[in-house]
Design a binder for this molecule. Sequence first.
Ligand code: DQA
Length: 144
Amino acid sequence: MNVLVINGPNLNMLGKREPETYGHLSLEQINADLTKYAKSLGININFVQSNAEHVLIDNIHSAFEKVDFIVINPGAFTHTSVALRDALLSVSIPFIEVHLSNVHARESFRQHSYLSDVAHGVICGLGAQGYEFAITAAKSFLSK
Ligand code: DQA
């Protein structure tokens, strides 16, 4: 089982960036914890973070027929990117959209997602634990 975890723009700043909204853990710490957790579930996990839309899209294309499941926090591209939606649809890889913050309790522009209606599921507002829940859900989806 191969799972790819994708983080979009500004998520490299986790730990420093608005910690009251996004928490105190860095992306490196989150990914290290996820690596251990995925191993315990027998999942092979890989990570990508980029601030550039085209890099995220290229990584999604490269996942075609190699990756079984994607966990993606698209950051602000959630609310802007038809291209990211099309990239995910183009590879037909099931994915879960994760947000650390509860986007529905924030500014109105964060309440629309270009991905949610084509996602296997959406997790938001649970902080870094949301990634762990997404991997748990990926495991049960792929075990069926
Ligand atoms: C975010 C929510 C987005 O609205 C925001 O632009 C982010 C992070 C989250 O994880 O809560 O960069 O995706």
